[in-house]
Write a protein that binds this ligand. Structure first.
Ligand code: UT7
Length: 384
């Protein structure tokens, strides 16, 4: 049986706190007029108590609810992020635990602003190959935590949020039709957090020098973005066996409205063919495409059988595009009882997590016959 990977659920989450351009103009040398005319951004959301994991979990629960899927039915969770909860464990593992997705593998994916499209492509390939049935793909960021709030060239751009999509296997043709993943590491230093990794570990000096914050050559990234957006869109549409006329909506990474305008001109497409929400959220990196798509779906802009292009670009340098045939014909009616039951299960997730931790301790204290001999010693290596 031929297998296809369909989007069946979606959800998003943003922090409560809104930071307007006027707010920023009080702390750095900028104006609302400059920010709007150079980027299209009017405000962004900034995490307070929220974290990359908490936003991911909120978006994931909404996506599972709209797919009418229990977390136990998931077999893979991918979180695309450049601002993970920790270096390790992965944010995806924290999401897995909070959801109670007992049968899922989980990992984070690092491809900066292209991360969500990379993740959708991997998920779809796994589903089509027969390895996975139900995959949760999340793009989530708290870029405000790695923003240099004194650098007017970057601090006006970024915001926080998360978007989540459920992809499911189906025998019905459609879903993710084609993908393109690309990288050019020679441009890695154009968009970078210089310290905190293996190359430049954290010291007092790196912290004093703001080297744990985003450093960007804006013009270089701008030139790269305008170049790849149009070419990658053309290429992936062709790979899907379609033409640009078949594409109902393009959901681009929300980095700068001028980049999107320039791609629209290069592709000779009207602006209303592009989904834009950068004015409300700024650049949320891996979260921007799923958040924009989620809002487009919720606004009724996506109809059954529409062909969509998702296109991301950013740090790495990376870029990626995918074509999706939207086969969702109706939102399933989830009964109130089922919804209440699911909330109760989520409410128990902390208890379940604590029980699992306890069980692991007990298991660890018990003698393991395979690994330990009668004297409590590890068996000698067999020779010969
Ligand atoms: O997520 C993917 C990665 N990110 C991107 O895709 C971002 C790509 N780059 C951009 O969006 C744009 O390059 C920026 C929005 C970051 C900057 O816009 P720009 O039109 O390229 O400005 P610029 O850096 O060339 O600077 C033009 C002028 C400079 O002043 P002078 O040297 O001409 O006197 C800057 O100092 O604008 C000044 N400037 C500002 N003025 C007011 C830079 N930032 C600001 C600011 N407010 N916030």
């Amino acid at each position: 049986m031929e297998r296809y990977a369909h989007v069946t659920g979606w959800g998003m989450a943003v922090p409560e706190r809104v930071l307007t351009n006027a707010d920023l103009a009080r702390t750095v040398d900028t104006t609302d007029e400059w920010i709007v005319s150079h980027t299209g951004i009017r405000e962004r959301r900034i995490a307070g108590r929220e974290t990359t994991a908490s936003l991911s979990i909120e978006a994931a629960r909404a996506a599972l609810e709209s797919a009418d899927l229990s977390p136990r039915q998931l077999d893979l969770i991918i979180v695309a992020t450049s601002t993970p909860e920790h270096v390790f464990p992965s944010t995806a593992c924290l999401v897995q635990d909070a959801l109670g997705a007992a049968n899922a593998g989980a990992f984070d994916l690092s491809a900066a602003c292209s991360g969500f499209v990379y993740a959708v492509s991997l998920a779809a390939n796994g589903i089509r190959a027969g390895m996975h049935q139900n995959v949760l793909v999340i793009g989530a960021e708290t870029l405000s935590r790695v923003t240099n709030w004194k650098d007017r060239g970057t601090c006006i751009l970024f915001g926080d949020g998360a978007g989540a999509f459920v992809l499911q296997a189906s025998a019905t043709p459609g879903g993710v039709l084609a993908s393109l993943l690309r990288a050019d590491g020679s441009g890695g230093d154009a968009l970078i957090i210089p310290a905190g990794g293996s190359h430049t570990p954290t010291t007092f000096d790196t912290v004093r020098a703001n080297q744990h914050c985003i450093a960007m050559d804006g013009r270089e990234v701008y030139r790269f973005a305008t170049r790849v957006m149009a070419s990658a869109t053309r290429e992936v549409v062709q790979d899907a066996g379609l033409t640009l006329d078949d594409i109902a909506l393009i959901v681009p990474h929300q980095a700068n409205r001028r980049i999107i305008d320039s791609a629209a001109r290069a592709l000779n497409l009207p602006e209303d063919r592009f989904v834009l929400n950068i004015d409300k959220y700024g650049n949320t990196s891996a979260a921007s495409i799923p958040m924009a798509l989620c809002e487009a779906v919720q606004a009724g802009r996506v109809r059954p059988n529409d062909h969509l292009v998702l296109i991301g670009f950013g740090g790495g340098l990376t870029w990626a595009a995918t074509v999706i045939q939207w086969n969702v014909t109706r939102k399933p009616e989830v009964s109130a009882w089922r919804r209440i039951g699911r909330r109760a299960v989520y409410g128990l997730s902390k208890v379940r997590s604590a029980v699992r931790r306890g069980l692991r301790r007990v298991e660890g204290a018990l003698p393991n016959e395979e690994a330990v001999n009668g004297n409590g010693q590890h068996p000698p290596e067999k020779s010969g």
